[in-house]
Write a protein that binds this ligand. Structure first.
Ligand SMILES: *Cc1c(COP(=O)(O)O)cnc(C)c1O
Length: 426
């Protein structure tokens, strides 16, 4: 298709607006191909809904991968963003701003962080984990423990903590000293910590990218006790699980009494605006980075801070944590009930509004494609797991509509999988 061609036939784009097919062509000619072919071109969102360039509506059950905590174009976010954009957007970290200070205080309060704790702001999850990695290095100890199936981001330090070889190996050598342990194996953890030379254990309370895998019962508590005993930091990556996603402000708060040394956040923190944070708990962890040892140009800018304060404020005022807990339980019950009648569904796992629906056959990508056709956005966290991470404002009726549609989506996915097998054979 040439650059001058106007919307292709069959699209319902508004006159003068480029259609989906034209935009897809321009995308592939202008973007580095790391994301594959985009499934749709989206042009607008409101609440839990988004619309594509052809005018088709979708229920967003993925929330931009656990990011759009308040959905799309939430009035509180729009108001905070607009007000702050007209007041002060960026000043650099040579200066402080009231919104930044307020957000730091609010996060420490929500995390019930003790006196002497601190916050460092970033712009993404991977940057939060880079900072955590540097904090771990400052202990002076050489080894860092991470878990099998972990995902911590794509920059070099975070990548070194990420288990998946396909992500990691093409970029070696990575920062060294990282070892991977099987999640849930307390004896292996104890053995790894025993020499007393471990700087930190890094883990996700629920491994989101690997397929919504919750940590085995008792492991987080054991990890806290053992790291404390052996003088290692416990670094919790709550980039995906934080900010209300699991029905508590932070997922580790579901395990009473567990307080990390470091917690990393991003995704839901800005409700779509790129902002991340690292929280250090107590004076020891907070003192590990001294002046000049870390920095950021954009991190903690007043615009991001104002938006994040609005997101946190609305989650609290509208009791969205309550909504998440209620709907998470309801979704789990409904999917379990469905699994009892439909052998193609093997179960559901996760917490709150971070749920993985597991399938008997590796057809999750085909289910995602069928769902998209039917007007639902979700993703395949792995070949047998459908991930749901909808906006925290979603309603029970909206979730019901997906659960009701699921058997028919599985029919279509099975058909699509069979068709591809036939094509491969012929
Ligand atoms: C998404 C994610 C990251 C990386 O966040 P980016 O903002 O994409 O850099 C890190 N850790 C976890 C647990 C994540 O889910």
């Amino acid at each position: 298709m040439s650059e001058t061609q106007t919307p292709v036939q069959g699209t319902t784009a508004a006159p003068g607006e480029p259609g989906a097919q034209e935009l897809a062509g321009r995308y592939s000619r202008s973007m580095i191909g790391v994301f594959g072919t985009p499934q749709r071109v989206l042009v607008r969102g409101e609440g839990t809904r988004v619309w594509d360039a052809d005018g088709k509506e979708y229920l967003d059950l993925l929330g931009g991968i656990a990011v759009n905590a308040l959905g799309h174009a939430h009035p509180d976010v729009v108001a905070a963003m607009t007000k702050q954009a007209g007041t002060l957007v960026h000043v650099s970290n040579f200066f402080a701003t009231p919104t930044q200070i307020e957000l730091a205080e609010r996060l420490l309060q929500l995390a019930a962080a003790p006196e002497g704790s601190g916050v460092f702001f970033t712009n993404s999850g991977t940057e939060s984990n880079e900072a955590a990695f540097k904090i771990a290095r400052r202990t002076g100890r050489p080894r860092i423990l991470a878990l099998e199936n972990s995902f911590h981001g794509r920059t070099m330090g975070a990548l070194a903590l990420t288990h998946k070889e396909a992500y990691r190996v093409p970029f070696e050598p990575l920062p060294g000293g990282v070892e991977f342990l099987p999640a849930g194996d307390i004896a292996a953890l104890e053995a790894a910590l025993a020499p007393g030379d471990v700087a930190a254990l890094v883990l996700e309370p629920i491994q989101g990218e690997a397929g919504v895998l919750p940590l085995p019962e008792g492991y987080l508590r054991a990890a806290r006790e053992l790291t404390a005993r052996h003088g290692a930091l416990l670094i919790l990556d709550e980039v995906q699980t934080g900010v209300g996603r699991t029905g508590e402000w932070f997922a580790h708060q579901r395990t009473g009494g567990v307080v990390p040394d470091v917690m990393t956040l991003a995704k839901g923190l800005g409700g779509g605006f790129p902002i991340g944070a690292v929280l250090t708990f107590g004076e020891h962890a907070t003192g590990l980075l001294s002046p000049g040892q870390h920095g950021t140009t954009f991190g903690g800018n007043p615009l991001g801070a104002a938006v994040s304060l609005a997101v946190l404020g609305t989650i609290a005022e509208d009791d969205l944590l309550g909504n998440v807990r209620t709907l998470g339980g309801r979704l789990q019950a409904q999917v379990s009930e469905l699994a009892g009648r439909d052998a193609r569904i093997t179960g559901v796992r996760g917490a709150g509004l971070l749920q993985g629906i597991t399938l008997a056959a590796p057809i999750a990508p085909q289910v995602v494609a069928a769902a998209l056709e039917a007007g639902f956005i979700l993703n395949a966290a792995n070949p047998t797991t459908l991930r749901l991470a909808p906006p925290l404002i979603i309603t029970g009726e909206e979730l019901d509509s997906f659960v009701e549609a699921l058997p028919a989506l599985l029919d279509r996915a099975e058909q699509a999988a069979a068709d591809t097998t036939d094509e491969k054979r012929s």
